[in-house]
Structure formats: structure tokens, C-alpha cells
Ligand binder design. Structure first.
Ligand SMILES: [Cu+2]
Length: 352
């Protein structure tokens, strides 16, 4: 009896000493997470009991949210923009009911904030790694080697690094962690968008950011879901409201790993496309672009006719697994469409 009590105490103290060893409701499967914890699952999702921190993400807010940083003027008259970016890992996000995604985040979200500056500005990023693993920030664009975020590894638990460079060239660029294994650090969500506006600016428009992502929810190096801005089917259930005859500008970045290509098809319209956004003259007028890893660009269009239009991957597997959305176009002379609860995705007179 005493021995069994001692044994029970020993077993329970082992459990507390190694809290990563957690048993789910079923013993069908188990695997080792990236942080070394052993997790048992009932199927293809992580048991939420394992969760260290959950996270919320609002794709509608993210869509038009630009971080211009803390702005000041340098002695030479140019603009300094300062940003603070905090990396964390091992958060859990419920991307669809019952589907959990192990998210590693910049400033608590996937994607991280859209960092925006004008060509020639000095960008200073105060990077803090509050994760349990090593991380960095690697910006695409032009900068000195030591600002490339590859060899200057930033340790977890509060490691810091300051990235500073002149913003350029004008265009849309990704930023992402560049610690090995790179694929793992990217697919967990350590990426975001860096927009560099040309000095002369662009024509006023309703501007949006769409990051195309793949979600590997079961760690088998295949994507289980796809999305524009992380949540599968989000903009189908919550159509994006725009107006006729208004210029729409989308900064699109493909961050899908594992699958070699992605694409973007727009219904009932064509768009001007500026690959990488580096030229002020569009290269294509099309309704379909194909994007490989980190390939990106700027799309511009306006709708002539009001109504409901799909946009989605024409790789049908991707659209059927979440990469699909709707533009709800209202007549610029009337607000009639806006009065029909378009944000709920409920059926209305337009058949949403
Ligand atoms: Cu990383």
C-alpha cells in the first residue's frame, strides 16, 4: 500500500515536472511537437488541452490595417519610422470550429502587422523574441547584409535585435523569420507584409492586404486548409464591401509552403497587375495570376456593376479548402447593399 502510494506520488510528480506530456481524450495518435512536447490526439488536430495561449484574429480588421510606425524627422530632414515587433511561438488559434492551428506570431497575429513606409524613409524595427525558440526578421528588399535577419540569430526568452535600413525599392515585400528549419518557422505563421510606397505616391484607392496562406494543422508537411488572411472561407462568410467605380488596390503576397504554386482569380472583372509592385506601369491586365513562394504584387481594379463577385484560387483544391472570398459591390449612388447585414454571411436578398 505504502509502495503504491509512493509510486503514485512519483508518477504524479513526474507529470508535473514534465507538463508537456499530456494525454488527450483518446489514445489513437501521438506525436512530438516542435517544442518537444508529446501530444496525443483524437485525430488530426492538436488537443486544445495542450494550449499554452490562444489567439484571436480578425481578418476584416487586418485587411485594411497599415502600421506606419512611430514617425519622427531625422537631422537630414528624412523620415524615421520605428516599429516594435515581438515574436512568440506555441500559441493556438482555432481557425475553423474544432480545427486548431499551432501559431507562431509577430505581434500576436498571423500574418504579423503590415509595416508600411515610403521609399527613402529610415525603417527601424526593434525586434524582441519572446518565443521559446530562436527567431529573426528577414525583410525582402534592399538593405545591408547585417540587416538581413539570417546570420544574426536572436535567442528566445527576450533576445533583441534592431533592424535598420532605408526603405526600398517601392513595392510590396514579405518579411518572415529566417531561422532553420525555415519551412517550419514560416508555416507556423512568422511572416507579414512590408509595403514601400513610391515617393510620388499612388492614386487614392480602397487599399487592402491579402496574404495567401496554407495551414498545416497536423504537422505532416501538407496543407490541410488554405486562406486569404489566415481564416479559411472568412471573406466568403463576411464579404468585403466595396463600391462601384472606386479604385480597389490589393497588395497580395503568397506565403503558401509545401504546394509549389498558388493563384488568384477575380470574377466579373479583370485587374491591372504590377508584379512585386516595383513598377508604376502594370505588366498585365488579367483575371488570373500565378504565384510561387513569396511571389507578390499589386492588383488594381474597379467594378462597373454592383453585385456579388467571387475571388479565389483557381487551383480548385485550394478554394475548396478555404481560399475563397466575395466582394459585395454596392452602387456608389446608393447604400442599399450595406443595409443587408453583409457582415454576418446570413442569407439576404442578394443570396449571400
Ligand atoms: Cu523563427
Amino acid at each position: 500500500m505504502i509502495f503504491s502510494l509512493i509510486a503514485a506520488t512519483a508518477i504524479s510528480s513526474i507529470f508535473f515536472v514534465f507538463p508537456e506530456v499530456i494525454t488527450a481524450q483518446s489514445e489513437e495518435k501521438f506525436f512530438v511537437t516542435h517544442s518537444g512536447g508529446v501530444v496525443k490526439t483524437t485525430g488530426e488536430i492538436i488537443d486544445p488541452l495542450y494550449v499554452e495561449a490562444t489567439m484571436e484574429f480578425d481578418p476584416m480588421e487586418y485587411l485594411r490595417d497599415f502600421d506606419y510606425g512611430l514617425t519622427s524627422t531625422l537631422p537630414d530632414g528624412t523620415t524615421l519610422r520605428e516599429y516594435t515587433i515581438v515574436a512568440e511561438d506555441d500559441k493556438i488559434m482555432e481557425v475553423s470550429p474544432g480545427v486548431f492551428y499551432n501559431a507562431w506570431t509577430f505581434n500576436g497575429s498571423v500574418p504579423g502587422p503590415t509595416i508600411r513606409a515610403t521609399e527613402g524613409d529610415t525603417v527601424r524595427v526593434n525586434f524582441i523574441n519572446n518565443g521559446s525558440k530562436q527567431h529573426t526578421m528577414h525583410f525582402h528588399g534592399i538593405h545591408p547584409a547585417e540587416m538581413d535577419g539570417v546570420f544574426e540569430i536572436v535567442g528566445g526568452g527576450g533576445g533583441q535585435f534592431t533592424y535598420e535600413f532605408i526603405a526600398g525599392p517601392a513595392g510590396v515585400h514579405p518579411y518572415h523569420c529566417h531561422v532553420m528549419p525555415l519551412e517550419e518557422h514560416i508555416v507556423h505563421g512568422l511572416y507579414g507584409v512590408f509595403i514601400v510606397d513610391p515617393k510620388e505616391g499612388r492614386e487614392p484607392a480602397d487599399e487592402m492586404v491579402m496574404v495567401l496562406n496554407g495551414l498545416d494543422t497536423d504537422f505532416d508537411t501538407e496543407n490541410n486548409f488554405y486562406a486569404a488572411n489566415t481564416i479559411p472561407f472568412y471573406y466568403q462568410h463576411h464579404p468585403i464591401q466595396i463600391k462601384t467605380n472606386e479604385l480597389i488596390r490589393i497588395y497580395v503576397v503568397n506565403m503558401v509552403e509545401f504546394d509549389p504554386i498558388n493563384n488568384f482569380h477575380l470574377h466579373g472583372n479583370l485587374y491591372k497587375y504590377y508584379p512585386t509592385g516595383t513598377d508604376l506601369v502594370p505588366s498585365f491586365y488579367t483575371d488570373m495570376i500565378t504565384l510561387s513562394q513569396t511571389e507578390r504584387g499589386i492588383m488594381e481594379f474597379e467594378y462597373q456593376y454592383p453585385g456579388k463577385y467571387l475571388f479565389h484560387a483557381h487551383k480548385v483544391e485550394f478554394s475548396e479548402k478555404g481560399w475563397v472570398g466575395i466582394f459585395l459591390v454596392s452602387d456608389d449612388n446608393s447604400d442599399s447593399l450595406q443595409e443587408t447585414s453583409p457582415t454576418t454571411g446570413d442569407t439576404n436578398e442578394y443570396g449571400t
